[in-house]
Ligand binder design. Structure first.
Ligand SMILES: *[C@@H]1O[C@H](CO)[C@@H](O)[C@H](O)[C@H]1NC(C)=O
Ligand SMILES: *[C@@H]1O[C@H](CO)[C@@H](O)[C@H](O)[C@H]1NC(C)=O
Length: 610
């Protein structure tokens, strides 16, 4: 601590003003201009003057509490082993300037937290100290200003706080929809676990929690109109009551995060539904038959899909949907529609009779029958927007022929190719590519009794790889050996590192018109191998890589990929998360955080630019 104070006092600013300083907020603002005033102290009684608004007032209280508790001490050692730009040196400590208050000006206090709401803000910390200013069109933009402020305030090395230089920030998101997906159907997550994720979303300027509530395995949400459904919760303690749901929505709203619920239908549906009426679920008691693929009824255990022909299905959907749409406040509702398996309906007499009645009927017709019957239920109000997984329109053997273009498609297959197909058809798209964004990949297979694991000897490297490696060990980092061992039972291996997530450009290959249809991205964390004990470390800090790429992009002002600059930001941010109570994974040895770029693969700082 002492050394830092000494160096703050002694160091001379050597860097151009725009590069600034040791702090490195994530996501990097769209426009940030550091001054060279020298550091500005925060008055111990720093006050905020804000319009009367409970969301804003609560957020200000949280920010004040956080910065005085966190007392962030930058860790990057001034002189890294190799001193590349843009590593900042500490700024000189000039005349004593004190920031006494921050005025918060919001134009529209009423704007609701819904899709497309204005999230822009400005933040000015003047060179002379005195009064800082936050301006925003909406409360939700002002919250982002506060989350930026939280990341530019640092410890003065004693008991006080400072901002290293005067600064002028003008910021707004590149994409309107930026989020993560939590799955509480495969394994339950406690309310407090979900709230903790929401904290981290808000700190990263992510604005959507896509809540995949149920799945075939369990039904964890209370439905008053059909109380039997929670017989298929894992236990009486693993149920979200209506008041739990309201708590989650209100907590998220207070932090500028929308909660978009998903009830996955008609696939992945058995738990809960079967309690209403067993006849609305097909193939519930079948063997999933991965070992006899032509007969498989599901892509993972346990099987079950809503019966599309049996009329009772739509009665049940209506009851459940109506109750949930009165509980959730967002205009968006996700109705699932992924991974329908044809063979499941061999167990449905109504469906088999329907096929027999007209031999020309196909599974695409069956999917269309579902759309024609379910959509009028889902489209319950004018400003409702529905989200479906892309399978609903792109599945090779079980897609609907026609789905209105007002439905948002969430893409997860084939990377940019499917984004292109969907946007060129005119759909708005949420990108959740499994090749880039799935946080659950790379943890190995989870189904048991898997003979592929029955191997007692180390697998031999392919001879050509061994020879190449012997000739040049650097090929260990080449494409062939990097994923040594195949997918290890994980269908979407390997693990998606923060660099994989950050570098993926979600509009690559699109025309300008197509790119306009990309609303943003969501990084999913499916929960076959995830629960309260692992969610923090699987989600964070990787979701923060998505947060920056969707907020201000993964490229610098010259259009070059800026992963090398992101490195220190995400390492800092991970430390902040841990300090703030989120068990984010370490990304590197701490040495690399303290010695910026000592742990780069390439000395050349422009190695990743294209
Ligand atoms: C399921 O039904 C379809 C359509 O009638 C049929 O082609 C298929 O062979 C059946 N599958 C099995 C495993 O019986
Ligand atoms: C995506 O499209 C490219 C270019 O047409 C093609 O080479 C590639 O195989 C496609 N990838 C997938 C996963 O479909």
């Amino acid at each position: 601590m002492k050394a830092i104070v000494a160096s703050i006092i002694a160091a001379i600013a050597l860097v151009p003003a725009t590069l600034a300083v040791k702090v490195n907020p994530l996501p990097i603002p769209q426009h940030i201009q550091w001054g060279n005033s020298g550091s500005i102290e925060l008055d111990a009684h720093l006050s905020f003057h804000a319009p009367k608004n409970s969301v804003l007032e609560d957020a200000i209280k949280r920010t004040t509490k956080l910065i005085w508790k966190e007392k962030w001490v930058p860790q990057a050692i001034e002189k890294a082993p190799v001193d590349y730009p843009p590593f900042p040196t500490l700024s000189k400590r000039g005349a004593k300037h004190t920031l006494k208050k921050i005025d918060v000006v919001v134009t529209d206090l009423k704007a609701d937290l819904q899709a497309g709401v204005d999230e822009s803000y400005t933040l000015e910390i003047p060179a002379a100290g005195g009064t800082g200013v936050i301006t925003a069109k909406t409360v939700w933009g002002a919250l982002h200003a506060l989350s930026t402020l939280e990341q530019i305030v640092i410890s003065d090395g004693k008991s006080g706080l400072l901002i290293e230089e005067s600064v002028s920030i003008k910021d707004s998101p590149k994409f309107q929809l930026r989020g993560v997906m939590l799955d509480t159907g495969r394994n339950f997550l406690k309310v407090e676990t979900i709230l903790r994720q929401i904290d981290a979303l808000a700190w990263s300027k992510l604005n959507v929690l896509h809540w995949h509530i149920d799945d075939a395995q369990s039904w964890p949400i209370q439905i008053n109109a059909e109380p039997k459904m929670t017989k298929d919760a894992y236990s009486s303690k693993e149920i979200y009551s209506h008041s739990d749901v309201k708590k989650i929505i209100n907590y998220a709203r207070a932090r500028g995060v929308r909660v978009i619920p998903e009830i996955d239908m008609p696939g992945h549906s058995v738990s809960g539904w079967q309690q209403i009426d067993p006849k609305i679920v097909a193939c519930a008691n079948s063997w999933w038959s991965n070992d006899n693929w032509p007969a498989h009824t599901a892509v993972e255990p346990n099987p079950g899909q809503l019966d599309i022909i049996y009329p009772g299905t739509y009665k049940a959907i209506k009851t459940v949907y109506k109750e949930l749409t009165s509980l959730f406040t967002d205009n968006y509702f996700h109705v699932g529609f992924d991974e329908l398996q044809t063979q499941c309906y061999n167990f449905s007499t109504p469906t088999m009779d329907w096929f027999k009645a007209d031999p020309k009927r196909t599974y695409n017709d069956l999917a269309q029958h579902y759309v024609d019957n379910a959509l009028p239920i889902f489209q319950d109000k004018k400003d409702r927007r529905l989200i479906m997984w892309e399978d609903s329109i792109l599945s090779a053997d079980f897609a609907a022929k026609s789905i209105p273009k007002s439905v948002i498609m969430q893409t997860w297959n084939n990377g940019p190719n499917n984004t292109k197909i969907l946007t060129s058809k005119g759909y708005d798209v949420i990108v959740s590519s499994s090749d880039f964004f799935y946080l659950d990949c790379g943890f190995g297979g989870w189904v048991s009794n898997d003979p592929r694991y029955n191997v007692d000897y180390s697998p031999a490297l392919d001879a050509s790889i061994s020879a190449a490696f012997a000739a040049d060990p650097s090929t260990a980092y080449g494409p062939t050996t990097f994923n040594y061992g195949g997918n290890g039972g994980s269908w979407c291996a390997p693990y998606k590192t923060w660099q994989r997530i950050y570098d993926y450009d979600i509009t690559v290959g699109l025309t300008a018109a197509e790119a306009k249809h990309v609303l943003g991205g969501i990084t999913p964390l499916w929960a076959e191998q995830n629960d309260d004990t692992t969610v923090d470390s699987k989600m964070w800090p990787r979701a923060a890589a998505l947060a920056e790429s969707l907020w201000s992009g993964n490229r610098d002002a010259n259009g070059k990929k800026r992963v090398t600059q992101m490195t220190q930001r995400i390492l800092n941010y991970r430390e902040r998360l841990v300090g703030r109570g989120v068990g984010a994974s370490p990304l590197m040895p701490k040495y690399c955080w303290k010695n910026p770029h000592a742990c780069d693969l390439y000395l050349d700082q422009s190695a990743v630019t294209a």
